[in-house]
Design a protein around this ligand. Structure first.
Ligand SMILES: C[S@@+](CC[C@H](N)C(=O)[O-])C[C@H]1O[C@@H](n2cnc3c(N)ncnc32)[C@H](O)[C@@H]1O
Length: 280
């Protein structure tokens, strides 16, 4: 687990190899994100709370805390500077559904450039991200004017583009609901399922089911590697179909050719695949 955490969240560039080796020898393997980052934070001698907006952090779960520290360490090896080829190739699946306007949901959105790509095509784009820093960086790097408002119902904030086409919620995905946003024609789910541990994935599928309709087009990119290892976890078609329930069908569309940095640091990496998920 310690090795996997290291490989996924801290590639060689962002380093801490010596820390991990020493920590492992002294205290044994870490078993949670929080434990891992706790050791790291103690070592480097600063408290993350000073730097990351405290609003969500105060109540962040171990699961989220690990991600926040990745952001704080400027260590986001999943981020890609170009639009995702799976999205570009299969974009049609997400739009023009009968009786639905083109509103696309991007769960666990990070600062993905895909958000702007989707908005540039005339869509409304709604994202959810637990790292406020990621959302600030998105709007800054993409040079999009935005405003920020508190949203107590999600215990977080809404980052809204001036034209209101892009609405990104800074909150735990599990505080989001169809009461906040609904009517999605499509979901672009890149790296979300695989980021969550098994029990959280069960909650995640339940939440997603409440946000979509049978007409919603659903595209997902998921890593292929040894089962049970992660994050990122290999989430099988069987697990997705069983979790979404009867009528759900998962179809593999393609294997990605442009790999993000983290893929090169997973020893059992097989590939990244893009799937369409249908609900009829
Ligand atoms: C693997 S990254 C994928 C980011 C994005 N989809 C992309 O393509 O660049 C996972 C993201 O989920 C965020 N995240 C993790 N757990 C979350 C949670 N419970 N609620 C909201 N965001 C979360 C992390 O901060 C991270 O930015």
């Amino acid at each position: 687990m310690a090795l996997v955490c290291y490989i996924y969240i801290v590639p060689v560039r962002c380093l801490r190899k010596r820390f991990l080796l020493n920590s492992f020898r002294t205290h044994g393997p870490v078993t949670t994100w929080g434990e891992f980052m706790g050791r790291y934070i103690n070592l480097v001698g600063y408290r993350t709370e000073r730097k990351i907006s405290g609003y969500l952090l105060k109540m962040a779960s171990d699961q989220i805390q690990g991600w926040l520290n990745n952001w704080e360490s400027d260590c986001t090896p999943w981020h890609m500077s170009d639009v995702h080829e799976g999205l570009a190739n299969h974009y049609d699946i997400l739009v023009n559904k009968p009786a639905a306007k083109n509103k696309i949901f991007v769960p666990l959105c990070g600062k993905s450039v895909d958000i702007k790509w989707l908005a540039d095509r005339g869509n409304e784009v709604v994202g959810v991200e637990a790292a406020e820093m990621g959302l600030v960086e998105f709007f800054t790097e993409q040079n999009i004017e935005y405003s920020v408002e508190e949203v107590p119902s999600v215990k977080g904030k809404l980052f809204r583009s001036r034209d209101n086409k892009i609405r990104l919620y800074f909150c735990d995905i599990f505080d989001f609901s169809a009461d906040i946003e609904s009517g999605f024609s499509g979901v672009w789910d890149r790296g979300s399922m695989e980021a969550l541990e098994f029990d959280d994935r069960k909650r995640y599928f339940k939440l997603m089911k409440s946000l979509i309709s049978p007409d919603t087009g659903y595209l997902s990119e998921i890593v292929e590697r040894d089962l049970g290892k992660g994050p990122p976890y290999c989430v099988t078609a069987d697990e997705i179909e069983a979790s979404f329930g009867s009528g759900c069908k998962v179809t593999k569309l393609m294997t990605v050719t442009k790999l993000p940095e983290y893929a090169f640091h997973i020893s059992d990496f097989i590939g990244l695949n893009v799937f369409s998920i249908t609900f009829h």
